[in-house]
Design a protein around this ligand. Structure first.
Ligand SMILES: [Zn+2]
Length: 77
């Protein structure tokens, strides 16, 4: 079973559909059970789409983005 931090770590690949079948299944299972991660992925997708329209994201930006989104998602709960 994935932990929330695994979801955060794989969020970019998940959104870009670069996970293997079994990884996506674990992710989907976790998202089914975990409202926090569902919200996180929702914000993450939205922010990635916004960013992608503007510029290419580096790995560094992506991880900074993740922490910003986590803060936002937590503030929202
Ligand atoms: Zn979770």
């Amino acid at each position: 079973m994935l932990k929330c931090k695994d979801v955060v770590a794989s969020a970019t690949d998940y959104v870009d559909k670069e996970l293997s079948w079994s990884q996506s299944m674990s992710m989907a299972m976790h998202l089914l059970l975990c409202g926090h991660c569902r919200r996180f992925i929702k914000y993450f997708k939205l922010s990635l789409q916004t960013l992608k329209n503007k510029k290419t994201i580096s790995a560094e930006n992506a991880s900074q983005l993740s922490s910003e989104i986590i803060t936002k998602a937590q503030a929202d709960s």
